[in-house]
Design a protein around this ligand. Structure first.
Ligand code: KG4
Ligand code: ZN
Length: 365
């Protein structure tokens, strides 16, 4: 089954072509750097970019895959969660293609996409993440810019939400601390690169909620503790007139490179530790057959290493997307999820009433 998948949930205009689990092509275009100076994504800019890029990215993805749109069996599109006005052009384009070429449409949840990214294969049908299938019961963890959630999966598309962040997501904490240290957006990769040069025990940041028996996290307290430490090192907040806020970017210029590296390393260690403490509890209590991870933050090497250690201690299998491009936002994961939806949910995979398909910015699993 050949699928053309579109994801415009944030600031990447992503299009992929797949055949079953095989990724034939995967394009993601972004003017991300334009957004960096704002310390985040400007939704209206993202929308404009998607509208401008979509026709070109679709054409490029089809050309790379060596097939024409007539040969496609279904169109898949992310309908949430994500930035409302960024989702809109992707959905509109998917509807337009479905109608024009008379193809069925599959509406995909972006976070389920991050989980099913693990099942993507290369052109020779080799798993890109070295796993052939999920084994149930599985524990699934989604860690991204907007999410830190834990699910018990008893089967394909059977999710029980058993844990979550009570405030910021782990990716958001990386981004906010990174912004204060003067990195662009998103800051996860720059934080990791700087952490490599620093001492991870230079500062003893908290591991919030580590003593509670639930599987919840809190990253806002950790972020605040780091910002407070930065304030102590630099002497004061720089007030932004009228806003009662402070210009976070300015703080970085008062720090030395080694202070920045030590803060990044100590923060990263605390953020990863806090995640692992709860996952250790969940694995011990639930005894899953497999631990499945998805979302941009799994690009982080320290986290990968600590997760590998954790599952080795407990003798369970782990899978996370191995190539970096499959960790962060991409349409290949939407294509693979759509294929699995048709395989498992059969007719229910399709969204038959095109008119009614709308964006759901806060869509949950
Ligand atoms: O899944 P994703 O690409 O987009 C969302 O759906 O949100 O995740 C983006 C998040 C950002 O917060 C980014 O800073 C974080 O993933 N991230 C990382 C790394 N690479 C990306 N966080 C820590 N270390 C990294 N190497
Ligand atoms: Zn994502």
């Amino acid at each position: 089954m050949k699928i053309l998948a579109i994801d415009t949930s944030c600031d990447d205009t992503s299009v992929a072509i797949s055949e079953n689990q095989k990724i034939l092509s995967n394009e993601f275009w972004s003017k991300l750097k334009l957004h960096s100076e704002w310390g985040g994504v400007v939704p209206s800019e993202a929308k404009r970019q998607h509208e401008e890029f979509l026709p070109l990215v679709i054409e490029k993805a089809l050309t790379d895959a060596g097939i024409s749109i007539e040969d496609i069996d279904a169109i898949a599109v992310t309908y949430g969660p994500g930035l409302a006005i960024a989702l809109e052009p992707g959905i509109a384009k998917a509807k337009e293609l479905a109608e024009k070429y008379d193809k069925p449409l599959i509406a995909v949840n972006h976070m389920i996409g991050h989980i099913y990214a693990n099942l993507a294969q290369d052109i020779e049908e080799k798993s890109l993440s070295l796993v052939d299938e999920f084994k149930f019961p599985a524990l699934a963890l989604t860690i991204s810019g907007g999410h830190t959630d834990l699910y018990l999966m008893e089967g394909h598309f059977k999710f029980e939400h058993i844990g979550q962040t009570l405030d910021d997501s782990i990716g958001e904490a990386f981004d906010k601390v990174g912004r204060t240290l003067g990195f662009g957006f998103p800051a996860g990769k720059a934080m990791e690169d700087n952490a490599l040069k620093g001492n991870d025990s230079a500062f003893n940041f908290p591991r919030p909620l580590s003593n509670t028996s639930d599987y919840n996290w809190s990253y806002s307290g950790l972020k605040t503790a780091v910002l407070y430490q930065i304030k102590k090192l630099t002497g004061e907040y720089h007030s932004k007139p009228g806003k009662g806020n402070y210009k976070m970017e300015d703080l970085a210029s008062s720090l030395t490179d080694s202070q920045i590296a030590d803060i990044a390393a100590s923060f990263q260690k605390a953020a990863v530790d806090a995640l692992i403490i709860k996952l250790r509890k969940a694995i011990k209590n639930i005894k899953p057959k497999m631990f499945v991870v998805g979302g941009g933050v799994i690009a982080n090497t320290l986290l990968r290493t600590e997760l590998e250690k954790l599952v080795a201690e407990n003798d369970i299998e782990i899978t996370y997307p191995k190539p970096m491009w499959l960790c962060t936002d991409n349409a290949a994961m939407i294509a693979v999820t759509a294929y699995y939806m048709t395989k498992i949910l059969e007719d229910k995979a399709y969204h038959n009433d095109l008119e009614s398909l709308d964006r759901v910015p806060n869509l949950e699993i």
